[in-house]
Design a protein around this ligand. Structure first.
Ligand code: M6R
Length: 339
């Protein structure tokens, strides 16, 4: 319905304040003074790591959708540090242009049904690329055919001339470029919590203590590092669906025991964040109910050096989100010269 407007195009041009708001709704992480501090795009979460490791990002579309990607390309290139190339879908198909399995191909389409874009999607998939869809139509062929994606949520666009989809497409691609490290996303989820438990053992008992110390020290959130063998001797009583718990389960001699800790915490519906070595996520949490922090595998005795880094970043981002002074934590001095 056109309401007070004479044409759908006119209506849709005027709808842009609302359509853009809808596109961004629920995707901006608010920090102090309601300023946006980060971005959440849930539809991409299982693929972000692969995207970040891509050798190249290709935007593929037709007409207005191609232009939207072209408009946002500089910010993607600048912020991701990954080379970005542009492809008009029909031209890509005519040339059978090169696409590799190390590429991320992003298909931009309002309708999600454009034949050239859809065919280019099949072509990119057959070449092994990670395929991401940006569409305005839930359940469209491109939304279904891609590995993951983002919906524009711009509302139905009826005018043949694409207007509000164009601005929402740019907004979504800029948000994609602004996505930060996994730890920032995790910090955003945990920023309002009261407390955090960290279970480690063996070489990584110290990692659990140090993570908890960092979180307490700078983010002023209560945190406790616990040797996992003590879990049943008291801490298990704290476990419920709300308390976040990090379990460090990187592949050393204590891996089997940590796996059993994870099972026991899951049985009590614990809210788990599992740190494991790359490629172990499926094995550590087959039902995908845990959040995963993957780290590279190194020699057991060196693993604490690797494991603490994402946890330091978690403490850092928590502090920023909670609005505290990162470099000068409350009541603390760099060197304590009095007893
Ligand atoms: O639905 P799509 O975004 O894939 O459509 C692509 C083009 O056909 C479309 O953007 C076309 O260029 C517009 N109607 C122009 O306003």
């Amino acid at each position: 319905r056109k309401g007070n407007f004479e044409h759908f195009m006119q209506k849709e041009i005027h709808e842009q304040p609302d359509s853009l708001t809808m596109t961004m709704r629920g995707r901006l992480i608010r920090g102090g003074e309601q300023k946006a501090k980060g971005i959440l795009l849930g539809g991409l979460k299982d693929y972000l790591k692969t995207m970040r490791r891509s050798r190249r990002i290709l935007f593929i579309g037709c007409g207005t959708s191609y232009n939207a990607a072209l408009a946002a390309r500089p910010v993607v290139e600048e912020l991701s540090g990954i080379p970005v190339t542009m492809e008009i879908a029909s031209d890509l198909l005519d040339r059978q242009g090169p696409i590799y399995r190390e590429d991320t191909a992003i298909f931009v389409s309002q309708s999600g049904e454009t034949a050239d874009t859809l065919q280019a999607l099949e072509y990119a998939k057959s070449n092994g690329a990670l395929c991401v869809g940006i569409t305005n139509t839930v359940g469209s062929a491109i939304a279904r055919g891609t590995h993951c994606g983002i919906h524009l949520n711009a509302g139905c666009e009826i005018g043949v001339a694409s207007t509000k989809a164009y601005t929402s497409q740019i907004a979504v691609i800029v948000m994609l470029a602004l996505l930060d490290k996994d730890m920032k996303e995790l910090a955003a989820l945990l920023m309002d919590e009261q407390s955090l438990l960290v279970f480690g053992r063996g070489y990584n008992y110290a990692t659990a203590l140090e993570c908890a110390l960092k979180v307490k020290e700078v983010s002023l959130m209560h945190a406790e590092g616990i040797v996992a063998g003590e879990m049943k001797h008291g801490p298990l009583a704290l476990v419920d669906e709300t308390l976040p718990i990090i379990v460090i389960a990187t592949g050393d001699a204590s891996l089997n025991k940590q796996q059993s800790v994870i099972q026991q915490l899951k049985a009590r519906k614990g809210r788990l964040i599992v740190m494991c070595t790359e490629g172990d996520a499926e094995f550590m949490c087959p039902d995908r109910t845990c959040r995963i922090i993957e780290v590279p595998k190194v020699h057991d005795c060196l693993q604490p050096i690797i494991n603490i880094v994402p946890l330091q970043l978690l403490a850092y981002h928590l502090t920023v989100f909670r609005g505290f002074n990162v470099d000068q934590p409350r009541n603390l001095a760099k060197s304590v010269t009095t007893q």
